[in-house]
Write a protein that binds this ligand. Structure first.
Ligand code: IMP
Ligand code: MG
Length: 177
């Protein structure tokens, strides 16, 4: 068990189980992209460890780049608008594989997909280590999925709670009271 700030977390998915799952995902990607040169785009911060471990298992010619969703308050609205920053690569005609850590409602990934589509990618697929039940509505757009989670809050292996816990080697879940 680990305590981060005011919350207790218990071990949920071990690093070894994650590694085995990454092997299965990378086998599929290696097969699907054997005649292509995919451009992997990892969404920071959460996916940095998954992206690194996944890329080490990819054996087709490929590139990787990193983007981040920055929040900013719009003057006119009260809503929190997110903008994709750090995209320096030419997406046009590329076969893009977006690497995400976790998809909950899917709002983040839908926004990212829209942006990439508008840049003229030849194909766009999503590889996410984790997904939660609320992402059901976009199931057909989630090609490479590691683990389907129940409705729990998780951290570790790149994922954080209030900025902390990304360094934990295994995946933890919030302990029930
Ligand atoms: P969505 O837009 O609702 O799909 O939310 C996705 C984002 O919320 C992820 O990229 C994470 O940053 C964050 N998130 C959702 N669930 C968790 C969790 O259980 N632990 C840590 N971060 C999470
Ligand atoms: Mg994220």
């Amino acid at each position: 068990m680990v305590t981060i700030k005011d919350k207790d977390f218990e071990k949920f998915i071990s690093h070894d189980e994650i590694s085995d799952k990454i092997k299965l995902i990378s086998d599929r990607i290696n097969e699907d992209y054997k005649t292509k040169k995919p451009l992997f785009i990892a969404i920071l911060n959460g996916s940095f460890i998954f992206a690194a471990d996944l890329l080490k298992e990819i054996n087709v010619e490929c590139e990787i780049s990193f983007v981040k969703l920055a929040s900013y308050e719009e003057m006119e609205s009260t809503g929190n608008v997110k903008q994709l920053i750090g995209l320096n690569d030419n997406i046009f005609n590329r076969d893009v594989v977006i690497i995400e850590d976790i998809i909950d409602t899917g709002r983040t990934i839908v926004k990212i997909l829209e942006e990439f589509k508008s840049l003229g990618a030849n194909s766009i697929e999503i590889a996410t280590l984790l997904r939660k039940p609320k992402s059901e509505a976009i199931s057909d757009q989630l090609k490479y999925v590691g683990f389907q989670l129940p409705e729990v809050f998780v951290l570790g292996y790149g994922l954080d709670y209030d900025g902390l816990g990304r360094n934990l080697k295994d995946l933890y879940k919030l302990k029930e009271e």
